[in-house]
Write a protein that binds this ligand. Sequence first.
Ligand SMILES: *Cc1c(COP(=O)(O)O)cnc(C)c1O
Length: 368
Amino acid sequence: MSTTSHTTADAFERRLSDHPRSDAERAALTAEPAFGVVFTDHMARMTWTVEAGWGERRVEPYGPLLVDPAAAVLHYGQEIFEGLKVYRHADGSLWSFRPWANAARFAASARRLALPELPADDFLGSIEALVAVDGAWVPSAEETSLYLRPFMFASEAFLGVRPARRVDYLLIASPVGPYFAGGVKPVSIWVSEDYHRAGPGGTGAAKCGGNYAASLLPQQEAYSHGCEQVCFLDAATGSLLEELGGMNVMVVQRDGTVVTPALSGTILEGVTRDSVLTLLREGGHEVVERDLPLAEVLDGLRTGAITEVFACGTAAVVTPIGRLAGEGFDLAVNGGQTGAVTAAVRHQLTAIQYGRAADPHGWMHRLA
Ligand SMILES: *Cc1c(COP(=O)(O)O)cnc(C)c1O
């Protein structure tokens, strides 16, 4: 448990909705929420200008924004975002998982996109202020949570190409159910050789909307090959596994060693990735971050030297990969079943997040 106390939440002025959903409406909306469809009654926001810096801290009713048609984000995509969750523990308390890591990554993404850094206290403060008002929206059923989406964009009305002099930060929240209705099931992956997600010196390590825009067409290519997700190779050589559109990837060898692509500057540094690596290391697995050639993975799957492959990220936690396909190959992983290492680390991580296991690393931050 963190003992850090933040008072920045109090700096957010509260303008409460005069038409919040009733308890019955909220119960119905949070009963079986699909991902990112339902939003809570309020949102938190701040505005930055080059003259005044960050200000106008507010929690206000959730609703459409008034955005100038010349706002730079609509033309040049100067935008970043984050994703983290609020978990309800059995005693009703509300917790987030390593929010400081998301605050630090948000600042790093801001630097890459020439956006102003949001101080970590404001990042945390906006979360605390929104959850103080909308905490009842955190669902309590198994594997449910309140997904938080902090984001920042260039709102200055100006068509010249330079960093915007006015930027808006917003935090919205969406109750979400288990990512996979009916339990965790292995997904199929298409390895794209036609498209890349990121290149050397590009924005691959930043969490920006543009990366996702670039992944949509390859994602459609994956669907057209009967696969659910796309996996990207490095742009420089086209031979190394990088990551999925929104999840990091790991392979488990027969001897228990876990290999994941090293953070090369083109891979997003996942909080889940880092947490999973820590838990595996502590569980006695050798953990290796290095280049991971596709050829080595295909070979390992054929010979049995690689026994499991999984993806990890906040939304779906740890997701087994049951099939790896691409131009000229289509291989089952672990007979299409969830592997033991994958299942164990998923179980371990969710037990910490939902307060069913001790938190020796101080990863959990109490919000209410
Ligand atoms: C957000 C994201 C991840 C996962 O990061 P987490 O912090 O674990 O949620 C992985 N890859 C990409 C491209 C992402 O945008």
